[in-house]
Design a binder for this molecule. Structure first.
Ligand code: NDP
Length: 423
């Protein structure tokens, strides 16, 4: 560690920015950017705060879930994601929309005890102490029970021959509940330590298998037709792509990345913890031992049927939700009234995104739809001004092989022509 990092966390924001500017020889413009993007709320949220990193927010439209219409704010840096979600949603809305069923949202907290002399005897004792253990958990966070939730069930699982997991199911109400569940687990952990057990860890699990959402949709095969392909041809390719994601983890990973494009973007906009959702989704993708596509698509009686189940433990209160002002605006746009409703909408965005990606793959390929937005990003990346972007994109569309060099040449030529025109 170099000297300037020592005690960095104790410094004022202005001093931190000053030191960073000096250490990394930032230009005046770069220093000004750090200062311009400072946000008083964000400053309270992370340690060693330097500035705020902005991401674009767009809204996906056309979503119909359980007969209710939604618009969904999405925060994402990748071009085409919002457009694809809206397109997929429109196709499904035309066919009756998404149907989502949810099980009651419960979080799972784990307390792991090790080095047990007699596992069977411990299991027996823990079973007898179930009510007491739930009491200890609920006393650690009484507000949950007061709202009608709290710790309700206990499961004991053998992890290896002398290790046990005590798994507490907690109804966290309208919050995701990570902090509440952690508080409960730690209280149970201390109680077990007092009873002579070695507690290895006491923390929630993000594998939220008691917060499962299942989304389905059915699209008339004829609605999938394009200028070049019949609906049957498109549907057949989509089912084959679905099958591919079930048998090949290389394809499954990208299949799921497409789903998470939509889910993460909507989760971020809702102020929830997308790392928690990501880790749970990928664990669920491997639930039977092999990593597979999270969604599946099949053709039956003239319909393409899609389905997906995911653990989605989300909140409409708590964490950064109550802190980030834009989340309140986003909740208002979504007209969300409960955490379960939010999960239902977000899983539908995931399936809409998946449908759009599979349809593109089955027809024109992914790149065709992405090109204009990619050219736009490329134009910005090579330094085109707002007024130049449109012209650069227009010209790039007429070029066969576009890369950074060709784009730069286009921009330079454009500027030269403009200057000549002026002279
Ligand atoms: P909070 O710690 O903010 O707890 C929820 C808050 O909402 C509490 O203050 C609670 O009040 C209040 N609340 C108001 N109304 C309700 C209601 N109807 N139902 C439930 N709570 C209500 O957030 P969470 O416990 O939800 O934790 C989420 C945060 O934890 C996220 O920011 C996440 O990033 C972070 N985290 C995630 C971890 C993980 O996923 N592994 C680990 C650790 C943290 P009261 O206190 O009175 O009950």
């Amino acid at each position: 560690m170099t000297d300037w990092q020592h005690g960095f966390y104790k410094l004022s924001l202005a001093k931190r920015q000053q030191i960073v500017a000096h250490q990394f020889e930032l230009t005046g413009n770069q220093q000004e950017l750090l200062q311009r993007q400072v946000d008083g709320v964000n400053e309270q949220m992370v340690e060693n705060y330097l500035t705020s990193f902005h991401l674009p927010e767009g809204i996906a439209v056309n979503l119909l879930v359980n007969q209710q219409k939604y618009v969904v704010p999405m925060v994402v840096e990748e071009p085409s994601v919002v457009a694809a979600a809206s397109n997929g949603a429109k196709l499904v809305a035309k066919n009756g929309g998404f149907k989502v069923t949810s099980n009651k949202s419960m979080m799972i907290g784990q307390v792991v005890i090790t080095d047990l002399k007699d596992v069977d005897e411990t299991v027996h004792w823990l079973q007898q102490e179930t009510i007491k253990i739930l009491q200890v958990a609920n006393q650690a966070k009484p507000s949950m029970q007061q709202r009608g939730g709290g710790a309700t069930k206990l499961k004991i699982r053998t992890l290896k021959k002398d290790w046990l997991a005590i798994e507490i199911s907690v109804d966290t109400g309208e919050a995701m509940g990570a902090n509440g569940v952690n508080t409960m687990c730690e209280a149970v952990g201390h109680w077990l330590t007092d009873h002579g057990f070695n507690v290895l860890t006491a923390i929630l699990s993000n594998f939220a298998t008691q917060s499962l959402q299942t989304v389905t949709c059915a699209i008339k095969v004829i609605d999938l037709a394009t200028d070049m392909m019949t609906g049957e041809q498109v549907a057949k390719k989509i089912t084959q792509l679905s099958e591919l994601a079930q048998v090949d983890p290389y394809r499954a990973t990208t299949h799921n990345k497409g789903i998470m494009n939509g889910i993460d973007a909507a989760v971020i906009a809702s102020g929830n913890d997308w790392r928690a959702i990501e880790s749970g989704a990928h664990a669920y993708a491997a639930i039977d031992g092999a990593y597979k596509g999270l969604s599946t698509w099949q053709v039956e009686n003239g319909y393409l049927n899609g389905t997906m189940t995911l653990p989605l433990s989300l909140g409409i209160v708590g964490g950064s939700i109550d802190i980030v002002p834009l989340v309140e605006v986003n909740q208002r746009m979504m007209a969300i009234e409960s955490a379960v409703q939010l999960a239902q909408v977000i899983i539908s965005v995931g399936l809409a995104q998946n449908l759009a990606a599979l349809k593109a793959l089955a027809t024109n390929g992914i790149q065709a739809g992405h090109m204009e937005l990619q050219y736009r990003s490329l134009a910005v990346a090579i330094g085109a001004s707002e007024s130049e972007v449109e012209q650069v994109v227009k010209q790039l569309k007429g070029i066969k092989h576009v890369d950074r060099n060709t784009a730069t040449a286009v921009l330079n030529q454009l500027r030269k022509d403009k200057n000549n025109g002026r002279n």
